[in-house]
Design a protein around this ligand. Structure first.
Ligand SMILES: Nc1nc2c([nH]c(=O)n2[C@@H]2O[C@H](COP(=O)(O)OP(=O)(O)OP(=O)(O)O)[C@@H](O)[C@H]2O)c(=O)[nH]1
Length: 345
């Protein structure tokens, strides 16, 4: 089958809309909507192709410093095996003109008023509505192991809720409940401890919803995410490797449930890909108190590690909301942090 490499742009305007073009009547998949872009020519990098295509198709001059790599998706059409390099673009000169498209439209991701999109774009449209900010909990550790429901535990939970609210001033939030000591599977205390762990996680789900988190994932076994009514499950790199070793495949069966995986190196990236995770959390980018044993990647090794990811990536490790633009430029979808959200407030 013919192999084709394509560069395509998610152009963001100031009101948070993205530009779609409708394919012309005389093309393959006429009438379908796509992100502007086209085939990468011999000798061109994906970024060079993107700049050329948007000049030819829309009459735009992209601002080099405002182009960021984002996702790389492969799709097998009947006529070709296509690899699509998606970029996010925030700056350009000119007003888009439909030089090749039947029509152009600015659309709010998730509130699409046009259809259908090209088949390869379904996961891309989903990725566009995934929040950019992940707020990770550490309530049990912050309250020094105080029992669930005790005043110290409640204080720590209230600080976590404040972190979610602080993050929400910058955009939509995924709350990740990461309470290692509350993992019921790790408790040695029998049924009472298990019930208490479950209660703690349930309370944190309720607190995160109340604080306005758009999505909530539980770091732990997939059954627990389902049992406490979370939107998905997050696996540590170790848990992901163990699951893959069982040969069970992607664990989250329920439709719409998210599966996230932590990644620190290339072999863990391979595990996340094999499990068909919906997003990766990759780091540590900078030094962090939570993982003093890990040597930080720095942005350049981070960018190399995540290069051409098929799914959105959150950068983690010593980051704050102020690092989001830099994270985007390095190819990240967003950032994740435990402590960073209340810094400077
Ligand atoms: N530009 C663009 N192409 C996409 C997207 N999604 C997707 O599957 N594609 C596929 O990537 C290829 C883009 O090629 P193209 O736009 O340069 O060319 P084309 O298919 O219109 O045909 P032609 O240049 O051979 O006449 C097509 O196979 C198209 O179906 C998208 O969002 N934007």
């Amino acid at each position: 089958m013919k192999r084709v490499a394509v560069a395509a742009a998610v152009l963001w305007n100031e009101s948070g809309s993205v530009l779609l073009g409708q394919r012309a009547p005389d093309t393959f998949y006429p009438g379908y909507w796509e992100f502007p872009g086209g085939k990468i020519e011999a000798g061109e990098t994906p970024r060079e192709a993107l700049i050329r295509e948007l000049r030819e198709e829309l009459g735009l001059e992209l601002t080099a410093a405002r182009i960021a790599p984002w996702l790389c998706r492969r799709h097998r059409y009947a006529h070709a095996d296509v690899t699509l390099h998606f970029f996010q673009v925030w700056g350009w000169r000119g007003t888009p003109q439909p030089h090749v498209h039947a029509a152009l439209t600015w659309q709010t991701p998730g509130a699409w008023s046009v259809a259908p999109m090209l088949p390869a774009n379904t996961p891309v449209a989903e990725a566009l509505v995934l929040p950019r900010l992940m707020v990770v909990s550490q309530v049990t550790a912050a309250s020094r192991g105080a029992p669930v429901g005790s005043p110290a535990w409640h204080d720590a939970a209230a600080r976590w809720a404040a972190s979610i609210q602080a993050a929400r001033t910058h955009g939509a939030v995924i709350a990740q409940i990461r309470e290692k000591r509350l993992d019921p599977g790790a408790e040695a205390g029998g049924d009472a401890a298990t019930a208490c762990a479950r209660l703690g996680i349930e309370q944190l789900v309720a607190i995160a919803r109340e604080a306005g988190a758009e999505r909530i994932v539980v770091n732990g076994p997939p059954e627990w995410a389902e049992a406490v009514g979370a939107d998905g499950c997050h696996l540590s790199a170790q848990a992901a490797r163990a699951l893959l070793a069982c040969g069970a495949g992607r664990p989250v069966a329920q439709d719409g449930m998210l599966l996230g995986v932590s990644v620190h190196d290339a072999s863990e990236r391979a595990v996340a890909e094999a499990l068909d995770a919906d997003y990766w959390v990759v780091g540590p980018v900078a030094a962090t108190q939570t993982h003093p044993e890990c040597s930080p990647l720095g942005w350049s090794r981070f960018a190399q590690l995540i290069a051409a990811p098929p799914v959105p990536v959150f950068a983690i490790g010593g980051l704050t909301a102020a690092d989001l633009p830099q994270a985007h430029m390095q190819g990240a979808h967003g950032i994740a942090a435990i402590r960073g959200w209340l810094r400077g407030q």
